[in-house]
Write a protein that binds this ligand. Sequence first.
Ligand code: ADP
Ligand code: MG
Ligand code: MG
Length: 883
Amino acid sequence: TVYRFGGDAPHDDPRQRDKVVTGGKGANLAEMASIGLPVPPGFTITTEECVRYLQAGEAFRDELRAEVAEALAHVERAVGKKFGDAADPLLVSVRSGARVSMPGMMDTVLNLGLNDETVEGLAKVSEDERFAWDSYRRFIQMYSDVVLGLDHGLFEEALEIAKEDQGYYNDTEMSADDWRSLVREYKRIVREEQDEPFPQDVNDQLWGAIAAVFGSWDSERAKVYRRLNDIPADWGTAVNVQAMVFGNMGDTSATGVAFTRDPSTGDRSYYGEYLINAQGEDVVAGIRTPQYLTRAAREAAGAKPLSMEEALPQAYEELARVFDLLESHYRDMQDIEFTVERGKLWMLQTRTGKRTAKAALKMATDMVDEGLIDRAEAVRRIDPMALDQLLHPTLDPDAERDVMTTGLPASPGAAAGKIVLDADTAEQWANRGDKVILVRVETSPEDIHGMHAAQGILTARGGMTSHAAVVARGMGRPCVSGASGISIDRTERTLRIGSQELKEGDTITLDGANGQVMLGEVPTVEPELAGDFATLMEWADELRRMRVRTNAETPEDCRMARQFGAEGIGLCRTEHMFFDAGRIKAVRQMILAEDEAGRRKALDQLLPEQRADFTAIFEVMAGLPCTIRLLDPPLHEFLPTRDEDFADLSDATGLGVDHLRRRANELHEFNPMLGHRGCRLGITYPEIYEMQARAIFEAACAVEAESGDAPLPEIMIPLVATKKELSLLRALVDRVAEEVFGEKGTRIAYLVGTMIELPRAALLAGEIAEEGEFFSFGTNDLTQTTLGLSRDDAGRFLGTYVDKGIFPRDPFVSLDVDGVGQLVELAATRGRATRPEIKLGICGEHGGDPASIGFCENVGLDYVSASPYRVPIARLAAAQAAL
Ligand code: ADP
Ligand code: MG
Ligand code: MG
């Protein structure tokens, strides 16, 4: 299907404005045309046609050819020119546009329809020979790169040589004749490289370009981007064919990109860059340094070249009017592309602009104040994962900075790491655990994987809207772009920044907030969580139903989590306390003891330590529910492995090293994940759980006595498969509780419950709920046991599984809703049937994953629990899930 836009085209079919059908670019071009904005006429071939074309082995349907011919005829009529007309040719751009914007992934061809004849016609009607030949050489270069697949370096080199021959520095110095000879050279290159002349038939050009756009959906770099961003392979891309408008027709023409608000800070000021007498991608490609849009921005930067506001005041005024129209229409910040042709403004693209997390918060709260959106919409608009950018440290303002150079503050945040000079190295070094900063002259789509692997990105060229800047902001990576004073020697793997000689591997720090590039690693400080962040989180808290707890086992983590808004502990893993250097010896004695008496002796040493642990945690979590899991991992995890540990232990126990080694060997298990662990430990060695329960109750009583504000301990028995296991251990916990309450002469409230982490437990949740007062879904183990997949071993093949679409995402990161989710839902339903007031929560890693949190809301869990830094993310995601 083909949809027309602009001119006299109808825009009333809702499918035309649906991104799923016409892609983001096509849908928004139609939308802009429909509200009366000046959009050059054109048409969109749907994403469905792309999928069909690829499925058919890269073949076009005859019907499509006919529809395109008809739509093209309409464009010809609207513009009053004919495609391929030697006297006055219609030129078009062929542009890709998928459902979501994929920066730089798909290639655009401009000035299509030029050939040896039409270029002469264009020169005559425009009365500008230089413009015509400049356009033609651009066309040959782009078409050869994108459609014919020739190396663009060949063309760049030819241009460099042409300039050198004439002693020119800038492209602008090239005359009409210079461009004409360059075209000759370009055509020679094409013939030589592919044994065929550059296509002169304009229809061949058009279909070649359409095929290239469709084909680019399956290019390697598009695949990488899709994988990183969870974009399904079957969406396809649309193709937009649009009449050209020219920003390169002299000094009253220009091209630019702009945001209706500042995408870094969120400030309510127009923001953008433009270039006079330039075309399309000149601004983003960093070929010439772009100029400021507004006078205020130019003055603030102390720059000389006139802003658009000053140089083209009328077009600027019109642009400002369009900005306001767009914002009130879309009710969100827009990222736009425009061109001015001899004083007249044309809109070429609009989309919801990418922004930093900080800007997203500011815009959302501002727009609520402006009455543009309501609070729920503000909450809906923030990507929970993007909050991560704000929760991490920034550079210490008081620390010393050895600033080597300053570039543009392209994406905020602080990053320190080792210099790497190419994307592959970035990925390799990051994989081996290094923090790296990717340093490039400029980035291109081929660098995406390296940008992803890097802590931050530094480029020598390019503006605030360069590829590096846009992609870095989208990924949340700090980025400094266009830092002059950097020269890179790729062969020697060295570089100079300012006056410093550096080499790959040296450490530098970037400050994406002000563009500074510093030698060495600069210390950081904790983030400030006030202002817009606090406001938005407050709104989120009003809107959510589920509670948010944290997974934490130290008082520091608990304190941090409470600052982030945690409303209790969802999982306190007691074994972490056993690893502590001061007590591992007692733990080992306990494990290696021959009998109960031996174990009790060691446990007696551990009791005061555990009590102290819990007391410290309970003081922080006063009055809040705290789920504490009794000992879970297989005992041999605590065993000594080194000779000196055995020797130490022998000294402490008086047992021989050989004897200890024999005991350790006896404890070996073939498959510890399914071995002697969880409640199986409590069943076989009840004295361990007795000690832990006693420590918990004594600590709770102590806090109650001290502050009158004990938490609510929720004692959790792990890895239960049967009701009987739980009833035995519950009786044990209740007995210890009574003993402690008797000794202390006080009582505190508590609950005993279980983790649902085995399929059998989920299936039998109805009867297990007779004994358990709460369920916490341990979805890490539940995923392992349901999928029969070991989390520690799956890394080797899970990537392939995700690539092949077997799993949509890593099931340890995002809950397998179809499978594991069914067990959760079933257990929740059966548990509630037995015990309507049963408390239900999730404590696996999934508790901090927004998609999984959405699922938890749908099955009606009472709370989710996440690691401290993820608590705000979970609060926001829980609110979004409830909307
Ligand atoms: P991308 O997705 O890489 O931005 P676009 O299709 O938006 O690709 O186009 C690349 C550049 O060419 C942009 O600067 C755009 O504004 C410009 N451009 C596209 N179509 C036209 C046109 N018909 N006339 C003038 N400039 C155009
Ligand atoms: Mg592009
Ligand atoms: Mg674009």
